[in-house]
Design a protein around this ligand. Sequence first.
Ligand code: ADQ
Length: 447
Amino acid sequence: MGRLIIVSNRTPAPGERTQPAGGLTVGLYDAVQTQETLWFGWSGHQHADAASRPVQREHVGNVDYVTFDLTQKQYDRFYLNFSNGVLWPLCHYRTNLIRYTREDCEAYYEANEVFADRLIRLLEPGDTIWIHDYHLFPLAQMLRDRGVGGRIGFFLHIPFPPWSVARLLPKLDMLLTGLAACDLIGVQTPEDEANLKGCFEAYGLKAAVEAVPIGIDPVSFRQQAIESAVSEDVTKIVDTLEGTRLIIGVDRLDYSKGLPERMKGFEALLKNYPEHRGQVTFLQVTPVSRGGVESYRLLKEELDGLVGTINGAYGTPDWVPIRYTTWPIGRHILAGLYRMADVGFVTPLRDGMNLVAKEFIAAQDEEDPGVLVLSRFAGAAPEMPEALLINPLDAEGMADALHIGLTMDVQARHAAWSAMYEEVSRNTAGSWSKQFLDSLEAVCPCQ
Ligand code: ADQ
């Protein structure tokens, strides 16, 4: 078996290389345990002489981590402006937030050329290349141009919009032509699959696209939650709730996650169901991300204001309705808090998958499980129809779902939870990477 070459914008940070810490790292952990792997990406650092600086290498277990620096200009234009200021809003159907300039677009392609130039020197015959996410749409074509004839797969972690939305992107045909150089493109849901296929067809491009929904490692996450729930870190937090019921939300601070909408849903609960006032606490853990992009700064201001307004309107000297932190919290603490929560509140306007929904289910106590209130627009929703499904634009509908969740009897909670836990256990991180790599081999067997 040849090597697996994983290419992603960021590789796991040095401290996360023995212990997966979330999203992509968790998803790929199983694949890299069983195969000799090279994981290639940006170091997370900017340097004025990036082009002349050598790559950084670290070998951990089966994996050779190879990273390189970007210049400040590449970081600004490729990463912040184009990847996160154009492609991210486009793929999340937020066309009004797109800030396109031709210079940023050119910088995106130039940065992908840098990835290709650096990577080509590390490749060997027989390697299977697996590229991840929207930062690197054109990379496969650039590798083909440099003579790579072997297997190349691509996985898109975020949604892909229909042609009517995608075509807003100038030079969409060029982006898709680059992507079509892959042997297989994996996406999260059947809806994304249909959308991407429709866009390829619009340009007469041929590409193999398959929905392969990502999962988590439910066994280890559940174990972490069981241990963490009784740890001092978690019991200290739970004690401060003073017996109130706990609703929990955990997300990067991102406009795709429906955070202001979520606050309005909670506010509607307090307004329409006054019996919950003083009886429930909503904890929202939201570490700041992409602070260099204007729409993220504006979102933080909006959220800060909403939390203050709701707490001012409904809070009392001895009860704070919303607890809100923009600091990251360790995964082991989060796992314990999920287990102690009565409701997981997950309300994205659009989300590729949303692993928090799956982690919340994995963490529950089977004797007395909590309830998941989940947006219909999360990629996880088709796999979790037993959740209380909501539309995040409908504050009253969210309030109704929270009320139902807070008052549901244990039999109903258990029935919903066990169906979702079965699904989370069936479709795991390990089965996801295996399914993708098996499909890639099936479409491109001759290696
Ligand atoms: P994200 O947008 O980052 O991922 P998500 O799927 O929820 O969203 O994954 C976030 C991960 O980070 C989870 O494992 C979560 O536990 C962890 N996390 C979140 N907040 C944290 C905090 N405060 N402290 C510590 N850990 C925290 C992208 C796509 C998603 C897709 C994933 C994987 O946007 O739609 O599900 O990739 O494909």
